[in-house]
Design a protein. Sequence first.
Length: 339
Amino acid sequence: MPTIQEPKLITGTANKPLASAIARRMSMQRGAALGLVEARVERFNDQEIFVEVYENVRGEDMFIIQPTSNPANDNLMELLIMADALRRSSAARITAVIPYFGYARQDRRTKARTPITAKMVANMIVGTGIERVLTMDLHATQIQGFFDIPVDNLYASPIFALDILHHFKGDALKDVMVVSPDVGGVARARELAKRINAPLSIVDKRREKPGEIAEMTVIGNVEGKKCIIVDDICDTAGTLCKAAEVLMEHGATEVHSYITHGVLSGPAVERITNSVMKSLVITDSIEPTQPVLAAKNIRIVPTAPMFAQAIQNIWNGTSVSSLFETETLEPAYEGLFNV
């Protein structure tokens, strides 16, 4: 088996711009051009997926960059089929880089006769020969335990902290308050609040039935504060926009939101555009649609610098958790944020 000279990146069709950005970033870090392995992903007339890898990958350390976002089933199957193609082509190691891990919201049985689909998907990923998973902001951190292989879960909060410190400077930062949109997201909100040295508040919501919010209560005094809602997923944006309205009713001067995965399905973009939110900041873990790019109050921060450094660290056997520290991550985002 030949000696592994460098990591090799390959991508499906889910988020090619992010994959290209990661490749460019790694090329800058390594001082040598690192492109994406050439491959084709096609569909037969019945939408059956076919993958062909054009380059020799025997003995190589392969990284498949493929979020399982909409269409979730197609993108998941692309990931699995590509992994099988690489395994049968004698790749030395296969790592799945899944910026957005779909099906993560089905991490437990909420009622009788329902599946735990996150565990099923984890079994499928392991079964294809993938040896490591690199992802960002899993909806439930215990999903790492669903895998029988190493899982590196990156966090967007260090990136968000850099962005907040860049946009809220001096006295403006003193009025910032971090808000969790529900009790379950308190740990995530607390982590960001700690990074920017801001107080924490909670919006407690009660549902009469799924999809309908009966009541929202603000825990904490937000009067005169610039509120920053932080969460991992924004789907239809109904809860997010309602939370922003409640915060403004309780005396907040501004409401901003920082969401890792901008699923933004259905009426989400229209709701956000017409909402009281001054801005919504999302990452590019999911490829943004044209309406998202055109929305006046939606802004996108890049994850390529973090993923590129994480892939580099996995390849050379150094710490991935070091990227959770601002001192380590800040140089990777030099030029993007002037903190």
